[in-house]
Design a protein around this ligand. Sequence first.
Ligand code: PCA
Length: 326
Amino acid sequence: MRLIKYFLTIFTSLTIFSNVSLAEKWDMALAYGAGNFHSANATEFAKNVTEKSGGKLTIVTHPGGSLYKGGEIFRAVRTGQAQIGERFMSALGKEDPLLEVDSQPFLATNYGAAMRLYKASRPEIVKSLDSKGLVFLYAVPWPAQGLYSKKEINSVADLKGLKFRAYNSATIRIAELTGMAPTKIEAAEISQAFSTGAVESMITSPTTGKNKKIWENGVGYFYDIAAWFPKNMVIVNKDAWNKLDKATQNLVRKEAALAERKGWDLSKKGNVADKKALADAGMKVGKVNTALKKHFEEVGATMAKEWAERAGARGTGVLKAFKGNY
Ligand code: PCA
């Protein structure tokens, strides 16, 4: 009897042990709504990994900030509260100024340049995330960033004093150098901020404006500045990563590369379709005039210097690699 009990205990613990080591479950924190192309793409990635891993890894997605809000996701993944998550890279400049490189105005103004900048900056970014206990999987850009406003903008004077929704340090700096009054607000709070009058302008993609039905909040103008393509990245907690066997790690890498390719394609499509959606909804979609364009270029030049100082030798290295790729 004792012997049977003994073997039963060993057998049970072995089963439990092998279950723990063989079947992992990851919660994936996503800040943007389920209908957003980043979230849809991440959901497909999670589904593919789950289906192909033969029960070894299940990834459960939590879109719309339902597990952690945008501003909390980096820390949540870093501390292992969520095993995997997606975060807007350039909001993390305090972690590493290199994460802000894709939000420097006029550095990369089309998808080709954005991809080259991504490739030039990725090795350093991967290294720095690794030193924080994070595994970088993939990154996908938002469509080109443009200026939204409740009122028509024909000059820099029209921008002065406008209450401006910012999403990172770069957009805060643009507002400061333009004389606008910035407030940092996550995407989830945009509609409320405009409808209550807390803000009256912002710079973001046609996609975010469309997803928020921004025209319903009194925003009638979209100016296509197309000055940068900021990215979201998907990161994994390193301890969670190390629990996977090699084959599963390879599968996750393979599906991540695929999701990255699909994500860039979806972004390119949205860059055209979502601008059209804004116009179809009755918004005035156009370009800024020459004087305004010049103003934003000057702001960009000032910011480039400031960023170079912050980013130091690593930043110079990335810019060199980027320019060398031309
Ligand atoms: N949408 C996100 C980030 C960049 C974008 O296009 C936002 O507005 O917060």
